[in-house]
Design a protein around this ligand. Structure first.
Ligand code: ARG
Length: 649
């Protein structure tokens, strides 16, 4: 990446002797930092106000007409001055600068415009040298920014977390996509990231599954398609369990009636007893008890289900560019951890007995939090109990500075209860570091083969649809090296972009036609923009083989990029590090996507104005370097989201 020395020499060329650098800014990483510091320093000299105060008032503009940075003069909080007058004063007296043009004053706002030639010669080499790291800032994750040796902060991102033998539903899909993005985001900010999958792999239902597998299971099917097969088994056995429950209910009613009539009910009673003692439900309880007691055969079967499911999930996650550091799960929570938590809760008066169960009455903190059961009458733990236990274990194992739960907003109450209980227990060091990142629902998630159940089915269907779309352009299709792979990547992009386009909390409609379209703000549209930039470079290199020897970062005359379309693009590329910073604040993928779409639009309207092949040599080089830089930024943004940018399509 670029060093301060590189930046110094660039700035000297445009006429600035030193690199402007306010505290906690990163001129070698972020061109906007250079400009904010520069403007702050000039204004500090001019007005006597502290540079740090000025720095904070320099904000992005909503419209390029207002400048690249804008100061709302009242934000300076100077008493006893007329703000309009002060704005005018600041504008009028702003000194000559090699980087910034004469400010434009509008009421109490002062707009600063970056001089295009200097901006271009700063930004483009910065991008071309930094490459895949442009925009990211590994300093943000330092425990102590002034002492890197103190190490990095650690974040656990818990996401996806499907339930074994149950469908992978839309909530899991969104958690996977958003959690993958958040992990990349924190990594880009220099945090140590632990990607964790907390599987739903414990509870009586795994007893049900094991009983079902005895009846309906096939080892061969299990090896071939563990997730689908276990689900089928589970559906079949659950049907039997449900039928038995119905039968038991009916028998009870009949027995009561027969007895009332003073008749002998012993036949019916025997039938009922048989269901109660030998039915699926009881068998499952027995089996689960064996698992809890750690009996090797019972645990062995369960572990096999779990391991095979994980192996299969890993393949699917890999298609989404996701890998986990920790496959944890409800089964992994230690009995001791839950017991210890129960003891603390009892001692501190957080929990109480209620009708044989143990509950926590959270209504004393807030009505909405209600009462939560933490131990059932039969002494067994629940989903919530396991979350309490596992939080403590995770702290002991990872010493995290932050832990993010990426879970659907349907579980808002569950997580609010969890955090409140931790706080009440005196586990403030944990509670304060936890954050629930929630999201809305996906409506109508169905594929061509009906309502989608598994992630693989969704991806396969969207991939096939993309393949159809690709085939409709026979010429291009013929040039794509591995059409299946490309269709798969495009399909995944389509699903992911549709998911990340709106704010997380919004619901959206799963719309296969819409998401696979090349028009509008879709995944394929972004991919197309990326592929087109690749094709421009390919064609230029084919026409000019000597380009192989040109270093774009150092051997190109960027001052040739004077056209409005070129300048507009450079201004946008300069913004990417700030967009990244802002995304760290919003934790919203839409912050990135909005930026990328805007850039893709600018790109597509620039091609006619900024031709590469056929232009005079120096101009060709400058434009090509601009497009290569744009592709870099587009690709960096796409990869941050978890997409795989394609080279051809
Ligand atoms: N397996 C759960 C479900 O599918 C999600 C787990 C969320 N994470 C947690 N720590 N509770 O609903």
């Amino acid at each position: 990446t670029l060093s301060i020395a590189d930046i110094t020499s660039t700035l000297q060329k445009v006429g600035l002797s030193t690199v402007p650098q306010e505290r906690n800014t990163y001129p070698a990483l972020n061109p906007f930092d250079i400009y904010r510091s520069h403007i702050s320093e000039l204004l500090a000299k001019q007005t006597g106000i502290e540079a740090a105060t000025i720095y904070k008032t320099l904000a992005w503009t909503a419209k390029p007409e207002n400048g690249d940075l804008q100061m709302a003069v009242p934000a300076l909080r100077l008493k006893g001055k007329d703000m309009k007058e002060l704005a005018k004063e600041i504008g009028d007296n702003f000194p000559e600068s090699p980087l910034v043009a004469k400010p434009v004053v509008n009421g109490t706002f002062v707009g600063f415009f970056f001089k295009p030639a200097a901006l271009t010669s700063i930004v483009l080499p910065q991008i071309l040298k930094a490459g895949p790291t442009y925009g990211f800032n590994p300093n943000l994750g330092l425990k102590d920014p002034s002492n890197p040796a103190a190490g990095r902060k650690k974040v656990i991102v818990e996401f996806s977390s499907p339930n074994i033998a149950k469908p992978f539903h839309a909530g899991h899909l969104r958690s996977t996509i958003i959690g993958g993005f958040l992990s990349n985001l924190y990594e880009g900010a220099g945090w140590d990231v632990v990607r964790m999958n907390y599987l739903g792999d414990w509870g009586k239902q795994y007893g049900v599954l094991a009983v079902g597998f005895d009846k309906f299971g096939s080892e061969e099917e299990l090896e071939k398609n563990p997730i689908g097969h276990l689900y089928d088994v589970y559906v079949k056995i659950s049907k039997i369990a449900a039928d038995e429950a119905d039968a038991a209910k009916a028998l009870k009613a009949e027995i009561a009636k027969v007895r009332e009539e003073g008749q002998d009910a012993s036949v019916k009673e025997a039938e009922l007893k048989k269901i109660e003692e030998e039915g699926v439900d009881q068998q499952a309880r027995n089996y689960f008890k064996r698992m809890v007691d750690g009996e090797p055969t019972a645990l062995g079967t369960w572990k096999k289900f779990r391991d095979l499911s994980i192996a299969k999930y890993k393949e699917t996650y890999a298609r989404l560019n996701i890998r986990y550091d920790d496959y944890s799960g409800e089964s992994q929570v230690k009995e001791e951890s839950m017991e210890e938590a129960a003891r603390i809760m009892a001692e501190k008066g957080v929990s109480e007995e209620s009708e044989g169960a143990v509950i926590v009455d959270l209504t004393k903190y807030s009505k909405k939090l209600g009462k939560a059961i933490i131990k059932k009458k039969d002494g067994t733990s629940l989903y919530l109990t396991r979350d309490i236990g596992t939080a403590k274990e995770r702290m002991e194992k990872y010493h995290f500075d932050k832990m993010i739960y990426v879970v659907a907003s349907q579980q808002d109450l569950h997580l609010a209860q969890l955090f409140k209980i931790e706080e009440a227990m005196g586990w403030k060091d944990i509670a304060d570091k936890c954050q629930h990142i929630n999201f809305g629902m996906v409506l109508g998630m169905s594929t061509r083969k009906g309502t989608a159940k598994f992630l693989d089915d969704i991806l396969r269907d969207v991939g096939e649809k993309m393949h159809d779309v690709m085939r409709s352009n026979a010429d291009k299709y013929a040039q794509v090296e591995d059409p299946d792979k490309t269709a798969d990547v495009l399909g995944i992009s389509a699903v992911m972009v549709q998911d990340m386009k709106g704010k997380r909390i919004n619901n959206y409609h799963f719309d296969m036609d819409r998401m696979t379209s090349f028009e509008g703000d879709t995944g394929p549209y972004l991919q197309y923009a990326h592929a087109r930039l690749n094709s421009i470079e390919r064609k230029a290199r084919a026409a000019h083989p000597d380009l192989a020897d040109v270093d774009f970062a150092t051997q190109v005359d960027f001052s040739l990029l004077t056209e409005p379309h070129a300048v507009d693009l450079v201004r946008q590329l300069a913004l990417w590090p700030d967009v990244f910073l802002n995304t760290v604040k919003t934790q919203e993928p839409t912050t990135v996507l909005t930026y990328l779409f805007k850039m893709a639009h600018s790109l597509s309207s620039s091609y006619d104005h900024l031709q590469v092949v056929g232009s005079e040599r120096e101009t060709m080089l400058a434009r090509l370097a601009l497009y290569v830089a744009a592709r870099q930024v587009l690709g960096n943004g796409m990869r941050l989201l978890g997409l795989t940018p394609v080279e051809r399509m």
